[in-house]
Design a protein around this ligand. Structure first.
Ligand code: BG6
Length: 498
């Protein structure tokens, strides 16, 4: 028989666990969860005795498995898998057919877990819309499934964790009435990206950065996620969310905490999260009267290209023609503490931009005196760029002498790719699923962090909810003049990814 384990990964295998996916018939399961579990199994990170139990409604197990197989072909073409290996993998699977609103479903799930006998650990992955989280947690509780006396019981939920401060508080309160906070894993897939974690290693495993990592040397920080795709099939969600909630409140503010935090006393979940929350608490409250000066909100318009025409956001399926939802958002934050006083942190994101690039740009101050200023190209400020994707890695932008009998300067980029071609960078879901199974919550958001980030954005959300119009940018361009004003006083201005 062909072996499913294809290669060896670095990391400890998980404990044998029943992995229950609630809402297993949806997109997340086939796009992300199943490929991640398969890759983990192949490289020995998932214990071979783990079981995968899907809870879904109205399909037979054969139909469900067929749709997962199709999902592998559609979204994970890189995974080479023979029929025999697929059979071997799916031997781990079972299914409970049921409605998540019915207590009976959880009773059947409990019976099904009981029948598996071997082990009592269970992970419950809520692959369902957020309005179901409390219903699921209550169902698990009633059926005794969150009781940890015989093994761990962990519940994973995906963003959005609320739509504003009030709903986030309510969600936390409801979940904490049913589960202990330590059982709740709020996944932020950005923190599972290896290059984001690498930021922590660069900061805290090297001594040359720390002396520079403060207001004395850094002019400003830019944290960005540009996307070339539009909203795809998600109009229903995106219309209510917009770019600020979708990317800035969650992923980019989380990354900001990692850039700005003090060294934790140890690399444990609470030590790291204690430092992250201090950053959020130090973010200066946004004055409701200056929301316009500190933010940019725009929406993509149409564009006609050589090969393609791109629809405007308002012409997308499911979007109201009058929609004022922003598809591009930027916020200028200030962190009031000793390290970062006076250093703007500008976070921005947008759909239908020219490329998909996510970066952290640390822009340093200009040299105090410019010896070479009589020449055509004055030296540019240095930047240290952490590329989150694509081409994960780090580059340092410096100035060098132009060859020849001149002291004219030219830009020079020193690049350090994170992984050489052919090396495997783990997918965020592999990293995070492995962490949940191992009980490591370092890369998951704690309730207080979620509430604090919503609290910071409250003035912006309050202002934007009264918006009656929104400016447009042409799809697939960087034509967003408003960004220049947002970068007022920042050395080098807006860094458009190249
Ligand atoms: C998701 C957002 O959380 O992150 C999407 O809801 C966005 O709108 C996605 O496209 C970006 O993540 P990644 O990993 O594809 O860059």
């Amino acid at each position: 028989m062909e072996k499913i384990a294809a290669k060896q990964c670095i990391g400890e295998p998980t404990e044998p666990t029943n992995i229950v996916i609630l809402g297993a018939g949806g997109d997340l399961t086939k796009r992300k969860l199943i490929p991640a579990l398969l890759k983990m199994l192949r490289c020995g990170l998932l214990h071979a005795e783990c079981k995968i139990i899907g809870v879904l409604k109205g399909r037979t197990k054969e139909q469900w498995l067929a749709s997962l197989y199709q999902g592998m072909q559609d979204y994970s073409a890189d995974i080479q898998l023979s029929d025999q290996q697929w059979q071997q993998f799916t031997a781990m699977f079972s299914m409970v057919d049921g409605d998540l609103e019915q207590d009976q479903t959880y009773i059947e799930l409990a019976a099904s877990l009981e029948s598996l006998h071997q082990h009592k650990n269970a992970l419950f992955y809520c692959a369902v819309p957020p309005r179901w989280y409390t219903t699921v947690a209550a169902g698990l509780d009633k059926a005794g499934l969150s009781d940890q006396r015989q093994g761990f019981r962990r519940v994973v939920i995906e963003k959005p964790f609320g739509m504003d401060l009030q709903s986030a508080r309510q969600l936390n309160k409801d979940l904490q009435a049913l589960l202990d906070e330590s059982q709740i894993y709020r996944i932020d897939h950005y923190l599972g990206k290896e290059s984001v974690q690498n930021l922590l290693v660069y900061r805290f495993a090297n001594s040359i950065l720390e002396p520079l990592w403060n207001r004395n040397f850094i002019d400003h920080v830019q944290i960005s996620a540009a996307e070339s795709i539009g909203i795809e099939y998600r109009a229903n969600y995106y219309e209510k969310s917009g770019a600020l909630r979708d990317m800035i409140q969650s992923h980019l503010m989380q990354v900001m905490t990692l850039v700005a935090m003090e060294p934790p006393v140890e690399f444990t979940a609470d030590a790291v999260r204690d430092e992250k929350i201090k950053v959020l608490r130090a973010v200066r409250a946004i004055d409701p009267d200056s929301v316009n000066k500190q933010t940019v909100a725009m929406q993509y318009g149409s564009a006609s290209g050589d090969s393609d025409n791109i629809k405007a956001y308002v012409a997308e399926d499911g979007v109201s023609p009058e929609s004022v939802t922003e598809t591009f958002a930027a916020v200028r934050f200030h962190i009031d503490n000793w390290r970062w006083q006076g250093v703007p942190f500008i976070l921005w994101t947008g759909k239908r931009l020219p490329k998909r690039v996510s970066e952290i740009v640390i822009r340093f101050r200009k040299p105090p005196f410019n010896l070479f200023d009589t020449h055509a190209n004055p030296p540019a400020a240095n930047s240290l760029v952490f590329r989150v994707h694509p081409d994960e890695g780090i580059s340092l932008r410096m100035n060098a002498k132009m060859p020849g009998l001149t002291t004219d300067t030219q830009r020079m980029v020193m690049r350090a790719p994170y992984a050489e071609n052919g090396e495997d960078v783990s997918d965020a879901y592999e990293v995070l699923l492995h962490d949940v199974l191992s009980g490591d919550a370092t890369l998951f958001s704690r309730a207080d962090e979620v509430e604090e980030s919503w609290a910071i954005l409250e003035p912006v959300l309050n202002d934007w909810k009264h918006r009656i119009s929104v400016n447009r940018y042409r799809a697939a361009t960087w034509d967003i003049a408003e960004m220049d004003a947002l970068f007022d006083g920042c050395v080098g201005g807006w860094h458009k990814p190249s």
